[in-house]
Ligand binder design. Structure first.
Ligand SMILES: NC(=O)c1ccc[n+]([C@@H]2O[C@H](COP(=O)([O-])OP(=O)(O)OC[C@H]3O[C@@H](n4cnc5c(N)ncnc54)[C@H](O)[C@@H]3O)[C@@H](O)[C@H]2O)c1
Length: 434
């Protein structure tokens, strides 16, 4: 089985199926198609499938022209019909892994996608899970389903986990030059998955098991979430000590070893950092163990949006005004600069908190034309001198590159700068930094 699989990869005759064509799945589809493999993308979202079939892109990092060319060349196709997976040699699952309202892992997408993929499984196929999840998911969800079909993992079929490391908006590191970690259930599984990814990725890093690969991803994201929480707490300490946290971080960053720069902000956002570490802490709790750093980091990071609104209220108060009834303009709604993704964005929490405290929230974001958060429906407002002058306070939440900070510095009356985005400009306004 392995020799025949490797031969198909070598000859580029293998057909790859990718289930879930979002921020993670789409770059993968394109990467394999560009590597010379035929790729079939499967998604339950008929709109996304139609866009791809028409050669259009809905992910900013993936150019429409690239998709159009691959579709035209017959190397890429998309469908809502999972039956198409029957003709594939490798199936990669990239569906969402969100949290339930109870903040517990929601694996319903992984279960549904696994059911669909495994229903048509045949000997010789490779299955890879890429969705970020707690250690044990590949073994607990995919392996038993394959066994129920009478397929022995490592003998009849191959099974592995490989974490998705895509960093939306990153121009320097993409699929090809970001090393890919792969952990198979058996040595043959790791070999099959390594060979597949090596067609599209410069460096593949094999590890001993799917659990090790699952844990690797959670270590990476927990590392970021914890360090952001640490620097957020240092920002609060600096406020109490009447120090400028940005000056302290810039000075510490001159140390050539043993220090890595993280910057504070209004909270953490995106599909990954606020969510993934909680998958790990949930798993630990199920084992009667603790993940204290994760829980503390979650607590600190979750408090930041309310802290930013409190800073705004205090600054208005000190100027003789008050938050209730005030027009407050938030700059940036996306969870990080230069992208349009608003999932879990702290800007949403800031806007909701402003509304809860009786202010009149508004926002400007060149990447996000409209927003709906519960009952609050807003449109991005044009950034003009008049609009800025009318706002009682302007809160910089996301430091997109294409925002006119000079205009803000000149016309805003009060600026809450959570990203140090206005430095080193001198401003007519009073500036409160995090
Ligand atoms: N977005 C990122 O930057 C990023 C980075 C690293 C890891 N990840 C991980 O990758 C996984 C996917 O995230 P994403 O950002 O691509 O999500 P996404 O919401 O952008 O895309 C997921 C896609 O899966 C589709 N889908 C859902 N259920 C399906 C099913 N049963 N069958 C077929 N398609 C289905 C959805 O319609 C959607 O198009 C998550 O586990 C996430 O944590 C994401």
């Amino acid at each position: 089985m392995l020799a025949s699989f490797l031969e198909k990869i070598e000859q580029r005759t293998a057909v790859v199926g990718v289930v879930g064509l979002g921020y993670a799945g789409l770059p993968l589809v394109v990467g394999f198609a560009q590597a010379g493999l035929r790729v079939i993308g499967v998604d339950v979202d008929a709109g996304r499938v139609a866009e791809l079939q028409a050669g259009r892109s809905y992910v900013e990092d993936v150019p429409a022209a690239t998709i159009a060319e691959l579709v035209r060349a017959g190397r890429l196709s998309a469908t809502t019909d999972a039956a198409a997976l029957a003709e594939t040699d490798a199936i990669i699952i990239c569906v969402p892994t969100p949290l339930r309202k109870s903040r517990e892992p929601d694996l319903s997408f992984v279960v549904a996608a696994s059911d669909r993929a495994v229903a048509l499984a045949r000997p010789g196929q490779l299955f890879v899970l890429e969705s970020t999840t707690y250690p044990g998911t590949t073994d607990e969800i995919l392996a038993p389903r394959l066994a129920e079909r009478g397929l022995t993992v490592g003998v009849d079929v191959f099974l592995a986990f490989s974490p998705e490391r895509v960093d939306p908006g990153n121009k320097r590191f993409g699929l090809k030059n970001t090393p890919k970690v792969v952990g198979g259930v058996t040595e043959a599984c790791t070999q099959a998955a390594t060979a597949l990814y090596a067609t599209a990725v410069d460096q593949v890093v094999p590890v001993s098991s799917p659990r090790a690969a699952e844990m690797t991803k959670l270590l990476e994201n927990t590392f970021r979430a914890v360090n952001i929480a640490l620097v957020n707490e240092v920002a609060l300490m600096c406020t109490a000590l009447k120090l400028d946290v940005w000056e302290v971080i810039a000075a510490a960053s001159t140390k050539p070893y043993g220090f890595m720069t993280f910057t504070p902000g209004p909270g953490i956002g995106g599909h990954c950092l606020p969510v993934d570490p909680l998958y790990l802490s949930w798993k630990l709790k199920a084992l009667n163990a603790n993940a204290r750093f994760i829980d503390l980091a979650d607590e600190i990071n979750s408090q930041m949006p309310a802290h930013v609104v409190e800073l705004t209220a205090q600054a208005l108060d000190e100027g003789g005004g008050r938050l209730r009834g005030s027009d407050v303009l938030v700059i940036g709604a996306a969870y990080k600069p230069n992208i349009s993704d608003v999932r879990e964005s702290p800007a949403l929490d800031v806007l909701i908190e402003l509304e809860r405290r009786g202010a009149r929230p508004a926002y400007h974001d060149p990447h996000v034309p409209a927003l709906r958060i519960d009952d609050l429906a807003l449109h991005s407002e044009p950034l003009t001198a008049e609009r800025l002058a009318n706002a009682a306070a302007v809160i910089v939440v996301t430091a997109h590159k294409d925002i006119d900070y000079d205009l803000i510095a000149t016309h805003a009356r009060l600026i809450i700068d959570t990203r140090n985005a206005l430095a080193p400009r001198s401003t007519a306004a009073r500036v409160v930094k995090l």
